[in-house]
Design a binder for this molecule. Structure first.
Ligand code: ZN
Length: 231
């Protein structure tokens, strides 16, 4: 990895066996990353980046505004993500315990007491997200434990800032980031395979990658997709 600085913007650059140059911005810090084909010179990569300057600044701004977006008000009309799709929230007041449901293709309904604060609304949504993510994770963990012949002693869903998942190899304990519920199912499955693969290989070395290749041959574009910011 090399850092190229264009207009005072640091960009992580990597040369890989790929066909096309690819630029992404990664949350949470809005860090730019360029993957270039091996045959491409550093000057050509710099030139490419210069042509993308406006895009870079715009995207970096969007990513940086993400933490503010998560401090939402939980009012009708807001965007909320679920399984890789964007839904428009509808807040419906009623004097019963909170409930969340997907309504059709475009709406997420939040049923809640009118007296509820934004924090309480956020909690209701988080709890629902957590339950939904566990429902998705459970069969994936079982399926891949059996296919990869490994066993996690325990897995949990946690709120994490920078990682999609983590694996304590010694204790065979796996954590999944609650934010995964906002990503497409195949991305969630990739994280399951990735973390279980750590039970066979601790580091992200070539052995680790060959374990992923053997189990989930299409993992590379899925990984890219997972780390791309959803506009
Ligand atoms: Zn890893």
């Amino acid at each position: 990895m090399k850092i190229l600085t264009i207009n005072n913007i640091p960009i992580d650059a990597e040369w890989k066996k790929i066909k096309n140059i690819h630029l992404s911005i990664y949350p949470p810090a809005g860090r730019a990353h360029v993957s270039a084909p091996i045959w491409m010179s550093e000057d050509s990569v710099r030139l490419f980046l210069i042509t993308k300057l406006n895009w870079l600044k715009k995207k970096a701004g969007e990513v940086l505004s993400q933490p503010r977006q998560t401090k939402r008000e939980f009012v009708s009309g807001e965007n909320h993500y679920y399984k890789g799709r964007r839904y428009i929230m509808r807040v419906i007041y009623r004097n019963q315990p909170p409930k969340i449901e997907i309504d059709g293709l475009n709406h997420i309904n939040l049923y809640i007491r009118q007296t509820a604060s934004a924090v309480q609304k956020a909690q209701a949504l988080q709890e629902w997200y957590r339950r939904e993510l566990k429902i998705i994770l459970e069969p994936f963990v079982k399926k891949w434990e059996s296919l990869m012949n490994v066993k996690a002693s325990r897995w949990e869903v946690k709120r994490m800032k920078t990682l999609w998942g983590s694996c304590n190899v010694g204790k065979a304990r796996i954590l999944f980031n609650l934010e995964l519920i906002k990503k497409p199912i195949h991305c969630i499955e990739y994280v399951v395979v990735h973390e279980l693969a750590h039970l066979l290989e601790n580091r992200h070395n070539s052995r680790f990658k060959s374990i992923l290749d053997a189990n989930l041959p299409n993992w590379r574009p899925i990984k890219e997709e997972l780390n791309e910011f959803i506009v």
